[in-house]
Design a binder for this molecule. Structure first.
Ligand SMILES: [Zn+2]
Length: 209
């Protein structure tokens, strides 16, 4: 049976062992290409692997009985989805945001909720004074020049995870709440950093031309 080590696009385990179904389906026989269903040993989710009989430059070899085989991995699906990250955000904010997206994709919604809050905390620290109190209050009192709209501020008030400073609240975060907080965080970063950053880039380009 063919096997290979990959970062799983489903559970994100690094070097997860994927074992083949044992049935290579001819794909383009003249090119020695085949398709095979392979399964992650950790989460048991599947991928479809495009495999070529023979060596391929820069392609990983599949193994058979723990020995390198004559097959190479050309491509596989699904691939890990890279999060769309708002641009022009501070590095620490970017790192927290990516961690939140990662926790969400692993269905760790409590962790995701906590990290998205941390993302907003770090983002607020990078902005002009936003007052004190809960995250929702601090977002609500951001000065006008920050560019966060009134509707974003009103929305912040409606998100439970922003109106309460006790992150260790008993009630666990639901998938829906984590998704809502992720969307809010992303839009907040777009209004507070991406749009002003793009405008400033545009002005600089105009000044040069
Ligand atoms: Zn997996």
């Amino acid at each position: 049976m063919l096997s290979i080590q990959l970062t799983c696009p489903h559970c994100h385990a690094v070097k997860a062992c994927f074992a083949g179904s044992g049935k290579l389906s001819p794909f383009r026989e003249k090119e020695n290409l085949f398709l095979e269903l392979m399964q992650c040993a950790i989460c048991h989710e599947g991928i479809v692997a495009k495999i070529k009989h023979g060596a391929v430059d820069n392609a990983q070899r599949l193994s058979r009985d723990q020995q390198p085989s004559e097959y190479s991995l050309v491509d596989h699906w699904p691939k890990r989805l890279e999060a769309e990250i708002p641009t022009h955000i501070p590095d620490n904010v970017k790192s927290y945001y990516l961690q939140g997206v990662d926790c969400s994709s692993r269905k760790s919604f409590d962790a995701a909720g906590a990290v998205f809050r941390k993302t907003l905390e770090a983002a607020l620290r990078a902005l002009p004074s936003s007052g004190s109190g809960t995250l929702a209050k601090r977002i609500g009192s951001l000065p006008e020049e920050v560019g966060v709209t009134i509707s974003m501020k009103k929305w912040a008030e409606e998100i439970r995870l922003l109106g309460n400073d006790a992150v260790h609240e008993e009630a666990p975060f639901t998938e829906k709440e984590a998704a809502q907080l992720q969307l809010f965080t992303k839009l907040f970063l777009v209004y507070a950093f991406t749009l002003p950053g793009m405008l400033s880039d545009h002005k600089q380009t105009e000044a040069v031309t």
